[in-house]
Design a protein around this ligand. Sequence first.
Ligand code: ZN
Length: 125
Amino acid sequence: MSDLKLCQGPKCHTYHTQDRLKGPKGNKTYQTRRRSSFYYGGGNFCDLRCQNDWINKNIEHALNHFGRTTEAKHLTEDNAWTKEYDYENNDYDNKHYVSINKITKERRPLTEEQYGDNNYTLNER
Ligand SMILES: [Zn+2]
């Protein structure tokens, strides 16, 4: 039981579903969902409703804490690189990874390792 995670949705226990109804017979209560893993919000929420409840409750505090965007960002050729993959001639055994610049349309090949590396980018920081 102890390695189960609790959904972080502040109202999770208020949603009436059979899987939330727990406890001894005659004394069941709706409870926050617990599971070994969750799919939403970095593994913290049981569903999008619970994720949205958390965001609605905490968004102002979170933005003030982590910093707001105060000026418009600009997409230029220095930061327009994206990572994509495609298949040559619809051959699904032949996957190609590529960086594409969304401004200049330039394409540069990527290795699978570079594609999967979240720290690898051609964009200027
Ligand atoms: Zn939940």
